[in-house]
Design a protein around this ligand. Structure first.
Ligand code: LRH
Ligand code: MN
Ligand code: MN
Length: 424
């Protein structure tokens, strides 16, 4: 490991005085700061294996130096992130981009790095070299049962990999859709998708969840067969108790009220998990919280409200994951920034005076309701998040430590300059 605990301690010692002042200052105004810190310490956000290399756009890809060239190196990257922030203790694999051939060895490696396995993801949106049938016109919704069977079998294979590794969920994102009116019979496409998912569902172990991701557009531009949360929820309800809707923040039409969607899905007990990212226009996959931090905070407000009402544990009640793929920044630094932004939004939402908010809502006090929310949002909670890291043995400022210790240069020394990671 290119980072040892001593380096973290040296870094923390340097920053501790200033941090302690800031932490003491904010703590004075918080009723139960210990409880809040404990929640922050527990909160873990899964890292997708496809975000560890520099992402591309459909126009080009500019791979960075020292990228992970193997699955082992991807594990090492997540281990490094987790050592820096102690909040990224899980990896989510996308198969076949990442095939864990020797699952026993992979499990052992993950254990040694202190990371676990998040949801496994299937891929029926690209044709693979050995594949018999093409997904050009879709996969689980395809008009040809043979193509559907191929896609179903792939999902079962992914479940089997996940079982061997210790994952507890399968995430299905379909690129199925149509680009021209008349191309598809919507009802048949939906019914084919449902019956394919029913086949996959039969192979889910008892303690697993099936996450159904929706997306309003792209790669098809007229219709998507699972295009919004209504269609995902419909499928999840028809499939049964192990099926849930997964919300990817970038998969909505502009200005969609995602916090309202989240609140109703939680009410129905059908919110499964999250793919965090941010966007200005569409599925931009930018760093979480970099464009609309208030939206992220409002989402956490609804999450906490709904989870508390349902008696759900914040850290484990839902699947928390990042889904962002970058073409400008160092992917590791970017992931550190995303995790930080998510924890900041969570901490801010934990500060909301919920009793006062309820009273203001009941009294139709619009001004007060807004004041209560914005009071929490405008609080600088960074010392709380940093304190949670300090207590977990992580770095007070992970991005700074990454730069100071030139961790990418160390990875380049190990891996070389010209590296290309698998992924989007
Ligand atoms: C495409 C997408 C989707 C999946 C990921 C692998 O939009 O980003 O969100 O989860 O690819
Ligand atoms: Mn996603
Ligand atoms: Mn996406």
């Amino acid at each position: 490991m290119i980072l040892d605990q001593q380096l973290i301690e040296k870094h923390n010692n340097k920053l501790e005085k200033k941090h302690n002042r800031a932490f003491e200052f904010i703590s004075q105004d918080i009723d139960d700061v210990e409880e809040l810190i404990a929640k922050l310490q527990k909160f873990q956000i899964g890292i997708p294996s496809w975000a560890l290399g520099t992402g591309g756009t459909r126009f080009g890809r500019f791979s960075g130096p020292g990228e992970p060239g193997s699955l082992e190196q991807k594990f090492e990257d997540v281990g490094l992130l987790h050592a820096l922030n102690k909040s990224s203790g899980a990896i989510s694999l996308h198969i076949p981009w990442d095939i864990p051939e020797d699952t026993a060895r992979m499990k052992e490696l993950a254990r040694s790095l202190n990371i676990t396995f998040d949801a496994v993801n299937s891929n029926t949106f690209q044709d693979q070299p050995q594949q018999e049938d093409s997904y050009k016109y879709g996969s689980l919704h395809h008009v040809d049962p043979k193509v559907r069977k191929q896609a179903i079998d792939h999902n079962i294979e992914v479940i089997n990999y996940g079982k061997a590794l210790g994952s507890k969920a399968l995430t299905v994102w379909l690129a199925d859709g149509s680009s021209f009116p008349g191309q598809l019979n919507f009802r048949e496409a939906f019914q084919n998708t449902l019956s394919s998912l029913q086949e996959i569902y039969k192979h889910l172990p008892e303690d697993w969840k099936l996450f159904i991701e929706y997306k309003a557009f792209e790669p098809y531009f007229y219709s998507m067969t699972i295009g919004d949360w209504g269609q995902s929820l419909l499928l999840a309800n028809k499939l049964g108790p192990k099926a849930y809707t997964l919300v990817d923040l970038g998969h909505h039409l502009p200005n969609a009220n995602i916090e309202q969607i989240v609140s109703l899905l939680l009410m129905e007990g059908k919110l499964g998990g999250f793919h965090f990212n941010d966007s200005k226009y569409a599925d931009d996959d930018l760093t979480a919280g970099s464009i609309k931090p208030y939206q992220l905070f409002l989402i956490f407000n609804e999450l906490i409200d709904g989870m508390d009402l349902n008696g759900m544990e914040h850290a484990t009640g839902l699947g928390w994951m990042i889904d962002a793929s970058h073409n400008l920044k160092d992917p590791l630094v970017d992931l550190l920034q995303s995790v930080e932004a998510i924890k900041i939004a969570y901490a801010q939402a934990l500060l909301i005076d919920r009793v006062a908010l309820k009273a203001a809502q009941q009294a139709n006090d619009v001004v007060k309701s807004q004041e209560i929310l914005q009071d929490a949002f405008r609080t600088d909670v960074r010392p709380l998040v940093a304190e949670s890291r300090l207590r977990s043995g992580a770095a007070l400022n992970p991005v700074l430590l990454f730069e100071e210790e030139k961790l990418r240069d160390k990875l380049i020394t190990e891996r070389g300059l010209r590296t290309i990671a698998t992924g989007l």
